[in-house]
Structures are given as C-alpha cells and as structure tokens.
Design a protein around this ligand. Sequence first.
Ligand code: SAH
Length: 225
Amino acid sequence: MRIDILTVLPELLESPLNHSIVKRAREKGLVEINVVNLRNFTTDKYKSVDDYAFGGGAGMVMMIEPVYKAIEKLKAERHYDEIIYTSPDGEQFTQKMANRLSLKNNIIILAGHYKGIDQRIRDHLVTMEVSIGDYVLSGGELPAATITDAIVRLIPGALSDEQSALSDSFQDDLLAPPVYTRPAEFRGWKVPDVLLSGHFGEIEKWRHEQAEERTRRLRPDLLKE
Ligand code: SAH
C-alpha cells in the first residue's frame, strides 16, 4: 500500500509517522508513506500556497495550482483509488471506513490549512471527504496522521499477534473488554479472579460478557447497528 499526504506543513507529520507501529510497518515494507510539501509546487519566489478569499472576509484560502500540480504529478506515476480531503464537513471517520481503506493500494490524503482549500479542488479532484470529528483543528495534518495510523495498523503483519486488531474496540461493533497486568493485587485493588484461573474458555466468555456490558452501558448506539 502507498499513502501520499499533501501538506503545507510536513513538519507536523514527522513524529506521528516515524514511531511505533506506523514506523515498523514502513520499515517492514508493508506501507510506503510519502509526504509531499505543497510549497515545492509553487510558481512564485515566495512559494505562496494561499491567497485572499474572493468576496472578502477573514482568513486565507489554499490555492488551486500547487495542489493541482502535486496531484497531477502523482497521478501520472500510478493509479489512485481515493483522493481524500480532510474536512470538518466530510463523512465521519470510523473503524469501518479504516477497514475499507486498508484494502486499497494507493491513496492520497490532502490536508487543508487556513480557511480550507479552493472549492474547485473539492469539486474536480477529490473523491472522498473525511472528518475525524465535530470540532475544528488548525490543519488537516493531524487528521491525515490519524487516518493513516488507523489504516496502517490494519495491514496484515503491521501488528504482532498479541496486539491483534480483531480484539480492538469497534470490530464486531463491540467496545474492547478491560485489560490488566501484574501485580495481581495493588493496594487491595484486585484483578478479576477469572483472569488468573488459567481457564481459557472461561476467560474468553468473561471477556465477551464484559465487552457486551461495556458497549450496552457506554455506547448502546453500536448495538443498534
Ligand atoms: N473553515 C473550515 C475549517 C478550516 S480548518 C470550516 O469551517 O469547515 C483548516 C483545515 O483543517 C481544513 O481545511 C481541514 O483540512 C482541517 N480540519 C480541521 N478540522 C478537521 C476535522 N475535524 N476533520 C478533518 N479535517 C479537519
């Protein structure tokens, strides 16, 4: 899989893409992640990527040309399954969407900045618009890193067996059960007996019951789906 992230602030993506599971998946060759600096596609000497909004009002708007040129260059090199624009008014990002995207070969994620991008990019080049939640961030870099992380950990081989994504929240529409580690007792706070019993059938049953109970209590909407 290959993910190209288009941004005016590549520095914001450095840490999230170069640590932990995403780093290891890149090193193992499971995913190629390419960060494209949109300033490399500007034409003026100031490397401008934004301009005033037509009609006035506060805030700058990301210009068409650098984004268009960057996308055209990538599209000339390979076919892209999706060109995603991160936007608060996009479709809500979910585990199901992450599952679906993890099966694609090549995707572009375009991170907006300022007041957003020129609408014509969205109308003519973008194939999917994704929001990571009902709040407004300063840029699409953290959403792009969020989407990338959620996708990459689903690629077979990215997680070791004991971290298996299948037991995480939202797979099977259930929240994950509680987890514990040593010591078995801390200041009188005890680990549930069943987990120390060595009885795998009982443990699995308990975990499933806990997952259901948690989901009923915290996210009944998931059970309705
Ligand atoms: N004026 C826009 C917000 C611009 S915020 C509006 O009101 O909808 C600047 C950029 O940050 C956006 O272009 C988008 O790429 C990104 N962004 C901000 N919040 C986001 C969210 N919740 N999900 C995805 N991207 C977001």
